[in-house]
Design a binder for this molecule. Structure first.
Ligand SMILES: *Cc1c(COP(=O)(O)O)cnc(C)c1O
Length: 420
């Protein structure tokens, strides 16, 4: 399957880049934990004529005519989101995860209000009140971290900060959190200080949908998520909430923050939610977790220092200090070897954020291709040999890994990519 024949005719230069990207995604081992492979059906929805329509407003309440098909598409996405996650209300219009979080601020807080979130270098997200983000510049960001010994969120610290600072919003969730989030404990703290609890499940939405991570829905006032990470949908986001907050959330997204929704994305979200409701997706979610656990064990066996000592979910964070290789050096060498991941800060990192001590990896994309726990020793070997090669500057070793990776990946065609 390839949808690029028109581009090949009109813009060969761009078409060549798209084909090169298809090859890159096909023959590398993609370990970036926020990335995945969307299905051909999801990609098709995203390239559909729905993108030609303007439809500011919500189904049945639009500012433009000609919504005969757009309204049912958005209703499909909304109803599937509500049913899959057990939510009373869903807004599927946020352009991406960051605007979804900004909409939550707009709905529940005023500039200058205090917001409590996990700090970026400890594993939180920019939009949880970090200084360089609009959320940290327009709001008073107070940040919690992890326990220095356990590497796990320190709920005593969260509670102490909440009691002292009385935040309007409390965010839980993040981008480098390898352990189960205790939504019930966060809810208890939020209730004690009368704060709005926001569970940002951008990374783990697919695991929640597939029953491989506890759901925040019974506990959080608001749940935000991207749709393109473990959920395997298009680039987009959703806000799930109880009926009592439906109006303020909807008004914050439109007209508060955005104009017309991206209807082709809405359609892609509907397709992805339908896929995520199938039994095969439950199996996928559990396989993602099993693969990450197996990979973590293999890495521990090879002397790697994992933040929190392992993982409960799809994500592994490695502190490379004991291997004497900076995160960026390791990530760049592994990229040459066809093993694609990202450098990352580790908690209490003594190095600078743009040159940190760690690498972050995860199993969502490789699991979408059908790799199982049986392949994790090979994956750990490639990482280990790549890190050793990075240490020695051994380019030949990286080339050998590249060839082995290419060979394995050829046996596991990726969803959404052309097979030839
Ligand atoms: C990815 C992510 C976001 C932001 O999503 P974008 O679509 O990149 O804007 C927000 N919060 C968390 C926890 C994330 O992991």
């Amino acid at each position: 399957m390839t949808t690029q024949s028109s581009i090949t005719r009109t813009d060969p230069e761009l078409a060549a880049l798209l084909r090169a990207e298809e090859r890159l995604q096909a023959d590398t081992l993609r370990l970036i934990p926020s990335e995945n492979y969307a299905s051909a059906a999801v990609l098709e929805a995203g390239a559909s004529v729905l993108q030609n329509k303007y439809s500011e407003g919500y189904p049945g309440r639009r500012y433009y005519e000609g919504q005969q098909n757009v309204d049912p598409v958005e209703n499909l996405a909304i109803n599937r989101a509500k049913s899959l996650f057990g939510a009373e209300h869903a807004n599927v219009q946020p352009y991406s995860g960051s605007p979804a979080n900004l909409a939550v601020y707009l709905a529940f807080a005023r500039p200058g209000d205090t917001v409590l979130g996990m700090s970026l270098p400890m594993g939180g997200h920019l939009t949880h009140g970090w200084g360089v983000s609009a959320t940290g510049r327009w709001f008073h960001g107070v940040q919690y971290g992890v326990n220095a010994k356990t590497g796990v969120v320190d709920l005593d610290e969260v509670r102490d900060l909440a009691v002292r600072e009385r935040p309007r919003l409390i965010f839980c969730g993040g981008t480098a959190v390898p352990r189960t989030i205790d939504f019930a404990a966060f809810a208890e703290i939020a209730e004690e200080v009368d704060a709005v609890l926001v569970a940002d499940i951008a990374h783990i939405a697919g695991l929640v949908a597939g029953g491989a991570h506890p759901s925040p829905l019974p506990y959080a006032d608001v749940v935000t998520t991207t749709t393109h990470k473990t959920l395997r949908g298009p680039r987009g986001a959703m806000i799930l909430t109880r009926e009592e907050h439906a109006r303020e959330v909807d008004r914050a997204v439109f007209p508060g923050l955005q104009g017309g929704p991206h209807n082709q994305t809405t359609a892609g979200i509907a397709v992805a939610l339908h896929e995520a409701a199938q039994p095969a997706f439950r199996q996928y979610a559990h396989q993602v977790v099993a693969n990450a656990a197996a990979l973590a064990r293999e890495l521990l066996d090879r002397g790697y220092d994992l933040v929190s000592g392992g993982t409960d979910n799809h994500l592994v964070l490695i502190d490379l200090t004991n291997k004497d290789v900076p995160g960026k050096v390791a990530a760049k060498a592994l990229d040459q070897a066809g093993v694609v991941l990202n450098h990352n800060t580790v908690p209490f990192d003594p190095r600078k954020p743009f040159d940190p001590s760690g690498i972050r990896l995860g199993t969502p994309a490789l699991t979408s291709r059908g790799l199982t726990v049986d392949h994790m020793p090979a994956v750990a070997d490639w990482i280990d040999r790549g890190v050793t090669a990075a240490h020695k500057g051994d380019e030949d070793a990286l080339r050998r890994i590249r060839a082995e990776v290419r060979e394995l990946m050829a046996a596991f065609p990726a969803p959404g990519l052309p097979t030839a």
